[in-house]
Design a protein around this ligand. Structure first.
Ligand SMILES: [Zn+2]
Length: 316
């Protein structure tokens, strides 16, 4: 454990050095004096540098950056015609304005030329944020020029707590941006005479997901790309036919991660088990995106906003 914390402190010290040159200058002045305890001053200054560096990194730098995570997923049941299907995934927008990271997401997705763009929930925190959300999705759809599919998350239900209010918001979202909102529904994606199913569940974190309704009419022998906000339905999804790849978010990758420790806290009944990345349960492959935005505290540390570029490959 001591080694672990030493590694944490070393890492944070390196951040501190990056941001703390002014403080280090103060240190030089202070330890030049004869009447101060030099080791105590050094420890105090180092601590200040570490904390200052972490604060700058977590509150003012990382939230405005964007990591592009690239991966290939091999799926035996993917129709040959869909081999190479490129999917761009964003999640957990928590958007308040179309700031630098969101603008970069638009530019990066336009550059990647995906066949499909999906957003796995938590678009807005409050009704006041809907204009920013519509502006972002409209710009993104114009830039990408491909179908876009969205599913709701728990924060969308918090912003619109009644069945009527969230239905009205989804209707406006579809009409003003051209995205498709799937709420315990599915849609067919056609390509070169073949087809796969896009399945979108309502939010499973608050218990709104209805998998029977979501998969209604999807043939057992089909291939499905499933969008769901949170990992809460993963085990139930793994038990269900047809063959599928599942994309989710909600965890923000922990939002704050520490060296050797990883995610400090993840709001999931699975804890940190599905915090971020690729997982396999049975024949089903799951990917959890680290999200774009932040909830509760506006900080990201060692867990940058993420755009996932996923290529589906047919394979055995
Ligand atoms: Zn969420």
């Amino acid at each position: 454990m001591a080694a672990c914390w030493a590694a944490v402190l070393c890492f944070m010290a390196s951040l501190g050095i990056r941001y703390g040159s002014a403080i280090l200058n103060c240190k030089t002045l202070l330890i030049g004096r004869q009447d101060v305890n030099k080791p105590v001053i050094c420890v105090g200054v180092a601590f200040g540098v570490i904390v200052g560096g972490a604060v700058v990194e977590g509150f003012f730098r990382e939230p405005f950056q964007l990591d592009v995570e690239r991966l290939s997923i091999v799926a035996p049941s993917l129709p040959t015609e869909f081999d190479g299907l490129k999917v761009a995934q964003l999640s957990d927008l928590h958007i308040h304005s179309v700031s630098k990271a969101y603008q970069r997401a638009i530019d990066d997705i336009q550059r990647e030329h995906p066949n499909l763009v999906v957003i796995t929930g938590d678009l807005v925190d409050r009704p006041e944020d809907t204009s920013a959300c519509i502006s972002f999705l409209s710009q993104l759809r114009n830039a990408a020029g491909v179908p876009m599919v969205v599913v709701p998350g728990n924060w969308d239900h918090r912003a619109f707590p009644t069945e009527q209010s969230i239905a009205t918001w989804h209707k406006r979202l579809q009409e003003e941006t051209g995205v498709r909102v799937l709420v315990n529904q599915n849609a067919v994606l056609h390509h070169q005479g073949s087809r796969i199913w896009l399945v979108g569940t309502d939010d499973p974190y608050f218990g709104y997901a209805d998998l029977d309704a979501s998969f209604k009419g999807v043939p057992e022998t089909a291939f499905a790309l499933v969008l769901t906000h949170a990992p809460e339905a993963f085990e139930e999804l793994a038990r269900r036919r047809p063959a599928k790849v599942v994309l989710a978010g909600h965890t923000h990758g922990g939002q704050v991660r520490l060296p050797l420790i990883g995610a400090v806290m993840v709001p999931s009944r699975y804890g940190t088990r599905f915090a971020h990345g690729l997982f396999k349960l049975g024949d089903t492959i799951f990917y959890v995106n680290a999200g774009m935005g932040m909830s509760h505290i506006p900080v990201r540390f060692m867990c940058r906003p993420e755009l996932t570029i996923m290529t589906l490959r047919k394979g055995g």
